[in-house]
Design a protein around this ligand. Structure first.
Ligand code: WAQ
Ligand code: MG
Length: 257
C-alpha cells in the first residue's frame, strides 16, 4: 500500500491538504484527483502544490470508526457552548477549553491560519515541537465498504453533500482517538463556507455540531492529551491506519439538518 498526500499553499499560507492510502495501481488516479482538489479549493488557487507517494512498510492498523452523533444547533454561539460543555464533560479543564477556542478563532501562530493541529496537555501547554507547522495526522484512509456504509447513512440523514468533509474528518478523528494519550479533539473547518465541526473522543465518539463558526471564519484543530509518551506525535504522523468498519450515526436532536 502507498500513502499519497497533497498539500497546497499560496504565498506560503496553507490552502488545503488531503491524503489517501491506496494500492499501487491506484496511485495515478489518486494523485490526479488530489491535484484537481488542490486547484479548485474554495480558499483560492495555490502557487505551490506538493504531491507525494510513499510505500508503507509498516503494518497497517485496522480500526472501527468512532460512532457519529448529530447535534443540530441554530448558530455558532450555540454550537460553541455545546462543544464547551462536551469537552468539560470529557474532563478537559475550562482554561484549556478557552485557550483552544482562542487558537481556532484567532489563529495559532501570529494570527495566521492553522495547517495542522495543536497538541495541548491538561495544563494548557502546547506540545508540538514546531509551533509554526503544528502536527498533521497522516497515513490514514477508509475502505470502500466502510465509506459506502457511511455514504448511505449520510443520504438517510440528508447530509450527502457533506460526504467528503465528514468522511475525512471521521477517519482522522478515529485515528487520533485511537492513539494512547488522546483525551479529546476539537475541530472546525477552515474552508470559509463550511461551518460544521465536532468534538471527538473515545468516550463519546464523533459528536458532530452543525454550526461552530460563522461563514468566513478560520478553523483548525486541537488534540487534548494527557500523559503522552515520547512516541505520541510520531504515531499521529506515521502509524498507518485503515478504518474498515463504520459504527453508525445517531441523531439525538432530530429535525432539520
Ligand atoms: N492533521 C492535523 N490537523 C489537520 C489535518 C491533519 N491531517 N488536516 C487539517 N487539519 C487542521 C488544519 O489546521 C486545518 O486548518 C483545520 O484542521 C481544518 O481542516 O461535517 O473540513 O480540512 O462533520 O478544513 C469537520 C466537520 C470538517 C465535518 C473539518 O477540516 C462534518 C474540515 P479542514
Ligand atoms: Mg480546509
Amino acid at each position: 500500500m502507498y500513502s499519497v498526500r497533497m498539500r497546497a499553499s499560496l504565498d506560503n499560507k496553507h490552502i488545503s491538504g488531503a491524503e489517501r492510502v491506496v494500492e499501487e495501481k491506484d496511485i495515478k488516479n489518486t494523485a490526479h484527483s488530489l491535484i484537481e482538489r488542490a486547484l479548485t479549493h474554495e480558499k483560492g488557487k495555490p502557487d505551490f502544490i506538493n504531491i507525494s507517494a510513499e510505500e508503507i512498510k509498516t503494518p497497517i492498523k485496522s480500526l472501527t470508526s468512532l460512532p457519529i452523533t448529530l447535534l443540530h444547533v441554530e448558530n455558532a454561539d450555540k454550537g460553541k457552548t455545546t462543544a464547551e460543555k462536551l469537552l468539560a464533560h470529557i474532563g478537559i479543564p475550562t482554561f484549556c477549553i478557552e485557550r483552544a477556542f482562542s487558537f481556532l478563532e484567532d489563529g495559532a501562530c501570529n494570527g495566521e491560519g492553522m495547517r495542522g493541529a495543536i497538541i495541548m496537555d491538561m495544563q494548557g501547554r502546547r506540545l508540538e515541537s514546531d509551533k509554526k507547522r503544528e502536527v498533521r495526522a497522516s497515513r490514514m484512509d477508509i475502505t470502500a465498504e466502510a465509506s459506502g456504509e457511511l455514504a448511505a447513512a449520510l443520504v438517510a440523514e440528508g447530509l450527502s453533500s457533506n460526504y467528503l468533509h465528514i468522511k475525512e474528518a471521521l477517519v482522522l478523528a478515529t485515528k487520533v482517538a485511537s492513539v494512547k494519550g488522546t483525551v479529546a479533539e476539537l475541530c472546525w473547518s477552515d474552508d470559509p463556507g463550511y461551518v460544521a465541526g465536532y468534538v471527538a473522543s473515545k468516550k463519546f465518539g464523533y459528536m458532530r455540531i452543525s454550526c461552530l463558526k460563522n461563514e468566513g471564519d478560520r478553523g483548525g484543530r486541537v488534540f487534548f492529551v494527557n500523559d503522552i509518551g515520547e512516541d505520541y506525535i510520531n504515531e499521529i504522523e506515521k502509524t498507518p491506519v485503515i478504518v474498515n468498519k463504520f459504527a453508525g450515526i445517531i441523531d439525538i436532536t432530530g429535525g432539520q439538518k
